[in-house]
Design a protein around this ligand. Structure first.
Ligand code: P6P
Length: 338
């Protein structure tokens, strides 16, 4: 047991990384850890109980809500509210941001933005899914209700971000701005154990992740990049390998470990891109930069984008720095005519 370091122990060890938040952020991350265990338990038996499948309602994105979407959203909200470190939550599953109204919550210093169950349409086919979270220090005065400005902060102001991937094993990966660290869940012990300290992404890679079914309506630069990936140039390790799971957290996690790029450009059905800036792109961008990679919307750093609305979407290119640079180069060299 001596060589096992749990997530809780690791956070305490790293307290010195941000002395101004002695135990608050660790308590906040602890509530995320608890909710992750609860959601993990339900996902692992999703095929056994009548909890899968759509519930017939739609979220603000107009997407069919899966029962586990709603379940995960409620569990993470409850866990975040219970420990009095969070004054409000914004979620893919909530039309508006939720301000917690208890006296303790009004005095809390942080807000959390999350996609409680990303890729949930994969649940019924037993493909891995994930939770994505992003943590900011509030702007509005302590003692008041959280306001919209607390949630519409640019990504470079995040103080922590991470994801849980519910895959062949369940992992929690997070950063507080001092590297990226991964913890694998041991259900026999009920704890997340440090398994990947200081995760870094290779500067280059051979994996590209994109839904090529949308090819016809991709920007010219993206079309050119896809053909570049497919060219037979052995001395440049091309052709690359196409890997697309349809679950951002899973594609991101594999590319983080092996090197690669995930691309979700503008498409016919999503002219501004499909991925949401605040609770998908910003946290993933914070993580990838901390791991030595890059994230852009094709022409600017994701973390520098000034948000205008809670559920806004942006084109998203994230992964190995040299691969993201190459896409940006193609987008600049081959602009769209219109
Ligand atoms: P498409 C899941 O809905 C998600 O937001 C990401 O997790 C995933 O990478 C993407 O959308 C899949 O979208 O259009 O390729 O099915």
């Amino acid at each position: 047991m001596s060589d096992i370091k749990t997530l809780g122990e690791f956070i305490v060890d790293k307290q010195h990384d941000f002395p101004h938040a002695s135990g608050e952020l660790s308590s906040l991350l602890g509530s995320i850890k608890l909710a992750a265990k609860i959601v993990n338990r339900e996902i692992n038996k999703a095929g056994l109980v009548d909890i899968t499948g759509a519930i017939g309602s739609e979220n603000v994105q107009g997407e069919q809500q899966q029962k586990l979407d709603v379940y995960a959203n409620e569990k993470f909200k409850a866990a975040l509210q219970a420990r009095d470190q969070v004054c409000g939550v914004a979620s893919e599953e909530e039309d508006e941001a939720v301000s917690f109204d208890s006296e303790h919550s009004r005095n809390a210093k942080y807000v959390v933005l999350m996609d409680p169950l990303d890729g949930s349409s994969n649940i019924d086919v037993n493909v891995s899914v994930g939770t994505i979270f992003s943590i900011y220090r509030r702007i509005s005065p302590v003692g008041t209700l959280a306001t919209e400005e607390d949630f519409l902060q640019p990504g470079h102001r995040q103080i922590a971000a991470g994801y849980i991937i519910y895959g062949s094993s369940t992992m929690l990966v997070y950063t507080t701005g001092n590297g990226v660290h991964g913890f694998t869940y041991d259900p026999s012990l009920g704890v997340f154990c440090l398994s990947h300290e200081n995760m870094t992404i290779p500067d280059d890679g051979r994996i590209y992740s994109i839904n090529e079914g949308n090819y016809i309506r991709f920007p010219n630069g993206v079309k050119r990049y896809i053909k570049y990936c497919q060219e037979n140039v052995p001395e440049d390790n091309r052709p690359y390998t196409s890997r697309y799971i349809g679950s951002l957290v899973s594609d991101f996690h594999r590319n983080l470990l092996k090197g690669g790029i995930y691309l979700y450009p503008s498409t016919a059905s999503h002219p501004k891109g499909k991925l949401r800036l605040l609770y998908e792109c910003n946290p993933m961008a914070f993580l990838i930069e901390q791991a030595g990679g890059k994230a852009s919307d094709g022409c600017q750093r994701i973390l520098d984008i000034e948000p205008s609305e809670l559920h806004q979407r942006v084109p998203f290119f994230v992964g190995s720095t040299s691969m993201v640079n190459k896409v940006e180069e193609f987008l600049e060299t081959y602009p769209d005519n219109d």
